[in-house]
Ligand binder design. Structure first.
Ligand SMILES: [Zn+2]
Length: 65
């Protein structure tokens, strides 16, 4: 199985086991694309806030770990 976004692979067990939090479907994304997609979601949800990289990392931890 390769990453659905960038076609790198093969994906590790951890990467393969990740699921969409809303749909429950497997994401099939590598760590890099998973992080990028998380940040895109975070950026949407916190659109009105101006966040630096450190704040994004904190939010990522709260939301996805
Ligand atoms: Zn990827």
């Amino acid at each position: 199985m390769r990453c659905r976004a960038c076609n790198s692979g093969p994906l590790s067990d951890v990467e393969l086991s990740r699921k969409d939090h809303k749909t429950g479907e497997h994401l099939d994304l590598c760590n890099t694309c998973y992080t990028i997609s998380n940040r895109a979601i975070i950026a949407q949800e916190y659109e009105s806030l101006y966040l630096d990289e450190g704040q994004l990392d904190d939010l990522e931890f709260e939301l996805f770990n």
